[in-house]
Design a protein around this ligand. Sequence first.
Ligand code: SF4
Length: 185
Amino acid sequence: MIIMFTHQYIEPHQVNAFAYCKRKWYYQNRLKLQIINDHMEIGSYIKEHHWMKTIKRKEIYLMSNKWKLKGMCDYIIEENGFQIPIEIKKGKCSAVKPYKNDVMQLLCYVLLLEENLGIKYTHGYILYVGSKRKFTVNITPNLRKKIQNYFKEIKSYLRNGKMPELQSNKICCVGCSFEEYCWFE
Ligand code: SF4
């Protein structure tokens, strides 16, 4: 029997997993193999670093009927009366720009806030606790297009139930918690 998930609302952390690796998304969201929650660790970091001027939104659950998206935007920064989303990751990022999967997750929060607050965002932030780096992410038309393509792709996998391919380059798998599932010989 084929179970259809096409009306399911997508969550930002799922988009993150999908943008990182489609197979990872499949393990976590279709097979429910593993869920990692690092909110507690991040929460204590925020408490110790008041300089960040970041506030935690509590139990504000947002839904977007337009994008069939739902989720909780945990942290925001207030700038000139606007609430700007900030996605906080406990890991490190030494690259010149934030990781694309984290950018896609941030964009999900932007879309949720835009629909619920009726404003259009020009930017958001991503902070990597491990390297204490904060990136400004400009919300460009190109990024908006990319996230829409991810939504379409996710829905297509939900509809057809297929298991996505492994990463073509094994180097992308270094440090992935599913390495032993994928590359067991
Ligand atoms: S080990 Fe590689 S292919 Fe497997 S889920 Fe992780 S990133 Fe994807």
